[in-house]
Design a binder for this molecule. Structure first.
Ligand code: ZN
Length: 167
């Protein structure tokens, strides 16, 4: 089921730096969350990663959103990482959404980046309707690339529904 060559590791031990790289360089927190999600025993300490440092520098111009929140759904981080490995089902991208407040996480595999929109809109709607979690802000990791997606998610689902219910 896991499409990034980590399948044989499930339940096993993995070095956090190795996991971080295999997942496509998510933040330490997400690396750990994902490792836990996959029942991996994470060992070692996160070292400075050149790749990430460069990425962070690039993101310096990104407008700042809300900082912290304890309200479920208030801020949802969305990560899309591409994998060097392709799953038997042909999935190459890993979509991970982490709720800032609760650290609830949702993970799915995508064959193409374009599926992110198709799949995340129903996912966000389900969150709202089934669990009553209203996602107010979304923050994507590779911001530049995904601004368009954020806008679209907002205008298509969240913002409109949010407004309908509060106004
Ligand atoms: Zn990294």
């Amino acid at each position: 089921m896991y499409g990034n060559g980590l399948a044989n590791k499930i339940g096993g031990k993995i070095d956090i730096n190795e996991l971080h790289e295999k997942l496509g360089h998510p933040e330490e927190e997400v690396t750990k969350l994902t490792g836990n999600y996959m029942n991996l025993k994470i060992k070692g300490k996160m070292e400075n990663c050149e790749n990430c440092a460069i990425g962070k520098m690039r993101q310096k111009n990104v407008p700042k959103g809300p900082k912290e929140t304890t309200k479920p759904g208030y801020l949802m981080y969305i990560y899309l990482t591409s994998s060097k490995y392709t799953s038997p089902g042909g999935s190459k991208y890993w979509f991970l959404a982490v709720d800032e407040a609760t650290h609830m996480k949702f993970s799915m595999f995508l064959k193409q980046k374009s599926e992110m929109k198709e799949k995340s809109v129903p996912f966000l709607k389900e969150l709202q309707h089934t669990y009553g979690v209203k996602v107010v802000h979304i923050r994507c990791d590779n911001a530049g690339e995904n601004w368009a997606l954020e806008d679209e998610l907002f205008s298509n689902t969240l913002h409109r529904e949010h407004q309908n219910k509060t106004e």
